[in-house]
Design a protein around this ligand. Structure first.
Ligand code: F3S
Length: 281
């Protein structure tokens, strides 16, 4: 069977960088290593680190004084960073540079007196981090409709920003709406990352040309689930799996071409194994 593999499948720049930092810490062998929360949403990678004695902390208070703690790509809230710095031996900041830039951009706008309007998912770790840079001067919303119900004040300046993985088109609609309401009282931070969009666009293009699509990645990885959703939205039969062993030859009976993509936290070895399985059919 022919396999059309997406060029963008797999780790994004921020995830690669975070894993490189963690690997470098593990290789030093001079302290116990932990991560605050799972370093990425991929069970195979997490299992490997567990075997290398990397502890996954549930919260900053769990950190040990002998431990070096790695902050994952999503970033963490400011107050958590303060707790962590006091609790552990050393903090290694593996926050994705794009997330860091969003955090600092928000911080700078708040210091100038702006009120933050953040387009993002409630309870997402990155969003919790971003919100912490605004203190209580922030409103979090997940859709234009939700924002429209928020009473905007007539005499303060606002700053619009988004979680890095949000939809760019919806962000543009939100910006347009706010321009009509606030005009020069609105500052816009362009914080959306292209990695998600590029993956989704390629998945859509491939889904339109194949008999079925395979999306590989953690079930709890939001960006992987969204890739499966955009593929299904094209009317394409889509399988979301964490590893090739979950697929069965009978699923692809009579098919000639199948698409393959993967979330931003899926290791190359898992994508390669899936491609090999499909090619052999
Ligand atoms: Fe960073 Fe974008 Fe990945 S913000 S973690 S490069 S999806």
């Amino acid at each position: 069977m022919e396999v059309r593999r997406a060029k963008t499948a797999g780790f994004c720049f921020g995830v690669s960088l975070a894993l490189e930092k963690l690997d470098a810490e593990v290789e030093k062998h001079d302290a116990k290593i932990a991560t605050l929360g799972p370093i990425i949403h991929n069970p195979q990678v997490l299992e490997r680190y567990e075997k290398q004695n990397v502890r996954c902390l549930k919260n900053a208070e769990e950190a040990d004084a002998n431990e070096r703690v790695v902050i994952r790509a999503h970033g963490i809230p400011r107050e958590t960073e303060t707790t962590l710095t006091k609790a552990c031996k050393d903090v290694v900041d593996a926050t994705c540079p794009k997330v860091k830039r969003a955090q600092l951009g928000i911080h700078s706008m708040i210091s100038k007196g702006c009120f933050l309007l953040l387009y993002g998912e409630k309870d997402h770790p990155e969003v919790r981090g971003l919100m912490s840079y605004a203190g209580d001067r922030a409103f979090l919303f997940n859709s234009l409709e939700e924002l429209k119900n928020f009473p905007l004040s007539a005499d303060i300046d606002y700053c619009l920003a988004a979680q890095t993985t949000q939809d760019r088109e919806e962000f543009a609609r939100i910006d347009e709406y706010l321009q009509t309401q606030l005009a020069e009282r609105l500052q816009v931070l362009n914080t959306i990352c292209n990695a998600t969009r590029e993956r989704q666009q390629e998945a859509i293009a491939i889904a339109q040309e194949v008999d079925a699509m395979v999306v590989v990645g953690g079930y709890n990885s939001g960006n992987t689930r969204r890739l499966a959703d955009v593929s299904r939205a094209q009317g394409c039969l889509t399988f979301h799996v964490e590893k090739s062993e979950e697929l069965s030859a009978s699923d692809f009976k009579g098919m000639k071409v199948v698409g393959l993509t993967a979330g931003a936290s899926t290791p190359r070895s898992v994508i390669d194994a899936t491609e090999e399985f499909l090619t052999k059919l």
